[in-house]
Design a protein around this ligand. Sequence first.
Ligand SMILES: Cc1cc2nc3c(=O)[nH]c(=O)nc-3n(C[C@H](O)[C@H](O)[C@H](O)COP(=O)(O)OP(=O)(O)OC[C@H]3O[C@@H](n4cnc5c(N)ncnc54)[C@H](O)[C@@H]3O)c2cc1C
Length: 418
Amino acid sequence: MFGRKNPEVLVVGAGPVGLFASLLLARRGVRVKIIDRDWRTGAHSYALALHPRSLRLLDELGLKEAVLQEAYPITSIGFYGGGERRAEIRAGGNSAQGLLAAVLRQDALEALLENALASLGVKVRWNHELSRLQSRPESAVATVHRLVKQTVGYAVARTEWTVGRTDKFEAAFVIGADGHRSTVRRLMGIDFQTLGDAQQFAVFECRTGADPGREMRVVFTQGATSALWPMSGGCRWSFELLEPAVPVPARVKDRIAVDLGPARYPMLSEESFQKLVAERAPWFDAPVREIPWRIAVPFDRRLASVLGKDRVWLAGDAGHTAGPVGVQSMNAGLGEAYDLASLVAEILLDGRSSDCLRAYGERQLAQWRRLFAPASDLQSGHRADPWVVEHSGRILACLPASGDELVDLAGQLHLGPR
Ligand SMILES: Cc1cc2nc3c(=O)[nH]c(=O)nc-3n(C[C@H](O)[C@H](O)[C@H](O)COP(=O)(O)OP(=O)(O)OC[C@H]3O[C@@H](n4cnc5c(N)ncnc54)[C@H](O)[C@@H]3O)c2cc1C
């Protein structure tokens, strides 16, 4: 239908979700082009854990061995309140290989996906920015700027990215995996509704001199959630901030590994870190030798009103954002990339009707609404611990799962949807 220059599918955004969708399409034999306005993959650990379903999907793409070689296994989650251990969840049932989650830095995951894609002959077109999009019943036409570096300024020269060339691509489908500030979503006029309070977290990645263990720990204190993730050689602490940072930090994906440290935000100093640990997790006694990365970052709870229509569909943070502890947005995004790319491949290669995409979008949104549901929508079994019942809404948001697997994990604590 389209010339060779045009892809069958244009994927906008080379984060984990866009890379995963492109890889699946390329493996099924679909001609795919993937563009990203930035110049390389991210440089930090960001969404650092893979849910069991994500591991199974990566396995289908032949990446399980590579992932497990680099990943750090999580086999239990401990919940803490008032300085005491209150509840726990253990791997079992549907968990992949006895794991509740696998800690893999987001930059490592992105590098794995980019290399796997390159081995199929698909290179990410970095520095390519989507600027316009027209959706038609049978195709979508994208206007893409190729960005180039230019030196500007007279007395003091500086480098800026400017538009070097503009191309138009016509594709049978466009997948918008372009993150929480999605251009695709904006150009499609899709509303991004707020479904809960925004949160801010201070994140500290630590090198310690102790065995990090295999347990993720979640700590509830008055109004704030904190999470401890073991990582190879250390751990990551994420503390929800009760007093938001000023100026409000931007949620930006760095492409160079820099630690700005406490220069901008005093609450990122080592003294603040020690104070937060002492107040919220007095049981944490690993000797912290170094804090190579720290950041203050905001998280909204938002959901797109629809995930797409006709020939343009969203996946990942472009369609939803959630709090960081359950690592739900990226992992649900990988699931969406899998479902969406599989349907698109069936439509293009097997002549399946594109009506199936509407059902896909509704299914995903229903799953997200359930995840954002208030605690009153949860039912506690008569065996549920009173502390668990009191914190049920917060617990659900912290479990590393979504959909039916989330229901299974919550079941271990005798919690379930009404
Ligand atoms: C500082 C920080 C800390 C985080 N911490 C956590 C955490 O602790 N736990 C957690 O679960 N999640 C965390 N996240 C969120 C997590 O990184 C995201 O959920 C994940 O990256 C989503 O993947 P994605 O592929 O949907 O989008 P992204 O990874 O955001 O990728 C989108 C890509 O689209 C590109 N793009 C945007 N607009 C255009 C355009 N117009 N044209 C072309 N390309 C475009 C961007 O350059 C980007 O590379 C954090 C994010 C940040 C920035």
